[in-house]
Design a protein around this ligand. Sequence first.
Ligand code: SF4
Ligand code: SF4
Length: 80
Amino acid sequence: MAYKITEECINCGACEPECPNSSIYEGGAAWEKDGVTGTDGAFFSNDFYYIHPDKCTECQGQHDEPQCVSVCPVDSVVKL
Ligand code: SF4
Ligand code: SF4
């Protein structure tokens, strides 16, 4: 399972540095996974921060709370 960012995102950038798995990217920025980069995928967004779902662990075993959910000021991170 993973989290996703909705269009309520105000692009504040607070979540990106908090993710322990570097799963969060600024809108339009290329994702990277296992040495592969891309700007494709249903999860990709040009307009809002987005989460690569295959990199998101929901912070399980790393933090008590999903860090992106904890820091988001507008509650724009939800379960996928
Ligand atoms: S739930 Fe945790 S692992 Fe998933 S995107 Fe948010 S901070 Fe990263
Ligand atoms: S913390 Fe929330 S509003 Fe800020 S960039 Fe992340 S998802 Fe968007």
